[in-house]
Structure formats: C-alpha cells, structure tokens
Design a protein around this ligand. Sequence first.
Ligand code: HEC
Ligand code: HEC
Length: 299
Amino acid sequence: MRRVLKWAGIVLAGLAGVVVVAALTGYIISERRIAKTYAIADEVLTLPIDAASLAEGQRLVTMRGCTDCHTPDLGGQVLIDDPMLGTFATANLTSGQGSATAAYTVGDWERAIRHGVGPDGHGLMIMPSYEYAGLSDEQVAQMIAHLRTAPPVDRVPAEPVLKPLGRALYLAGQLPLMPAELVDHDVAHVASVPAEASAEYGAYLSTTCTGCHQPNLAGGVVPGSAPGDPQSANLTPAGNLGHWTLDDFKTALRGGTTPEGKVLDPAVMPWPIAAQMTDVELEALWLYLQSLPPASPAG
Ligand code: HEC
Ligand code: HEC
C-alpha cells in the first residue's frame, strides 16, 4: 500500500511539474509574440480635402466598424472586461487628453489601420487590421482625412491586461490578440476598387463581416465573446440566406428583422453598420454571399 501511495505521489508530482513547465513555456512564447516589432515603411498617401471625400470617409469609418469599437465620438471605451480573458480598451482616436493619435503622421494612421502596427513598431492588441489590410488607398485616405477632423474627446483608455484564459485562447489560435500576425505585410495595395454590384466588390466588403462570422462566413463563436453569448449566423447558402431574396437581405441589414421573424439585437449583430451601405454595396455583398460554397459552422 505504502509503495502504491509513493508511486502515486511521484506520478502526481510529475504531472504537476509538466503543467508548470507547459504554463511557463506558454507564457514565454506568448510574451515573445506580443513583444514582436515590425518595420513597415511609410505608405505615400495623399489625403483628400474636398467635402464629398470627407463625408465618404465618415461613412466608411462607421460602415467598417471603427465607431462600433472606438465609439461614435471616437474617444474609445473598454471593449473586453472579463475576469478570465482580461481587459482591453480601444484607443482614443481624437486629439483630446488620452489620445493615441494626436502626434500621428499619415504613415502612422496607415500602419495602424492596414497593418495593426503602432508608431513604435509594436503590434496593436485586438485592433482587427486583418479586416482592413485589403482596403484601397483611396478609401483609407478618405477615412484618415475624416478621422483627423474628429473633435477632441478627453478619455484615457484602461491599460491592457491579459489573463491566463485569454493567453491560452491566444496560443490556441482562438483569440486574435495580435492582428499584425495575421496580416500579409508585403501585399500590394490597390489604388481604388470600383463600386459595382459584383461578387468581387462584395468580397472586398465582406471583410467587415468575417471577424464575427468566421473567415468562411459559416458562422460560429464570435472571438472574444463570453460563454453563452449568441453565435454568429451562417451567411453561406447553407444557412437561412439560402432561402432569402436580395430584398430580405436589405430589410435585415437596414431594419434588423429577418424573414424568419427574428429581431437582430444591434449590440450582438451590428446591423446599423451595414445600414450605412449603399444599394450597390448591399447587392454586391449579397451576390458574394450567394456565390459562397454552402458550409456548416465549425465545431
Ligand atoms: C474589434 C474592435 C475594433 C475595431 C472594429 C477597430 N478597432 Fe482600432 N483598436 C482597437 C483596439 C482594442 C485598439 C487598442 C490597441 C492597443 O492598445 O494595443 C485599437 C487601436 C487603434 C489605433 C492605434 C492607436 C495607438 O495606440 O497607436 C488606431 C489608429 C485605430 N485603432 C484605428 C481604427 C480604425 C480607423 C478602425 C476602422 C477602420 C478601427 N480602429 C477599428 C479595436 C478596434
Ligand atoms: C460584432 C460581430 C458581428 C459582425 C461584425 C457582423 N455580424 Fe452578422 N451576426 C452576428 C451575430 C452574433 C448574429 C446572430 C444574431 C442572433 O442570433 O441573434 C448575426 C446574424 C446575422 C444575420 C442574420 C442571419 C439569420 O440567419 O438570421 C445576418 C443576415 C448577418 N448577421 C449579416 C452580417 C453581415 C452582412 C455582416 C457584415 C456587413 C455582419 N453580419 C457583421 C455578429 C456579427
């Protein structure tokens, strides 16, 4: 009996040792990835100054979800505050107290938006640049031109805190903590993209949806959401959209109700963002979604 206990003790101690070593290794690997710096050259962008382009920049900043995370006044907010995951706040993009961007050059704006990299070369946390990496020069310039006119807001963001579960999910590829790792930094940017009712333009727009609806748009767990939060819907023809018409799609994204009678909660499915889309954009997105291979949600 005593020998069995002794062996059980050795095995347990061994297991505990393995867990400690694994946790330490995970900690060291993740800290190294978080600390990585990127050397990204300044992009030459000419900012427009005409009123129409600035208005278009404002529309794009809403339609691409910037105001959803950075708040409508662009002063930022606490985005994730979870005892297991950690605390993450969005940056203050105005020139007020607590601003991250007051001293930004045009190159700094471009690096943050399309690369997820801050002025000091460090990766920005949670800022979904993999959704913006493909934005055209023309639209990024319009957005920056508008952002630089934002009235100052005094708001100091909370310091980021990464908790053990957040770290584990990051290591498991389930939390896009460091979006700069997910961006192809060498990809050539297009000067402009024609706004037309085509599946191709729809694909360009769909990067606003893939962050929550998964890269294949088949839906699933929304990254960073709490357990029990609603999963995102399947937008491929295998989901409800397989039975919808273009008009149903427009009604859902402009009014928040679906043909099945579901009322979409804007706090969960930010349809007011999509309501900023023009008829041509909604049709393009619809054509693209309908062209997808029917797929089932992962997991
Ligand atoms: C999913 C939420 C989310 C969305 C959508 C989002 N951001 Fe961010 N953004 C963040 C977070 C979180 C940070 C803070 C990153 C950090 O502190 O490392 C951030 C940081 C930034 C910064 C860097 C500030 C600094 O510290 O130097 C800029 C610039 C920025 N965002 C602009 C934008 C623009 C423009 C858009 C729309 C095209 C956008 N963001 C969309 C979450 C978001
Ligand atoms: C912040 C996360 C988020 C973003 C961004 C987002 N969605 Fe959603 N969406 C959801 C969630 C979650 C649901 C499920 C809502 C529910 O079940 O109540 C949903 C539901 C939907 C539905 C209803 C489908 C059905 O079968 O009832 C449509 C349509 C939709 N989204 C389209 C889009 C499109 C198009 C975009 C991009 C322009 C987009 N969503 C961006 C989270 C998101």
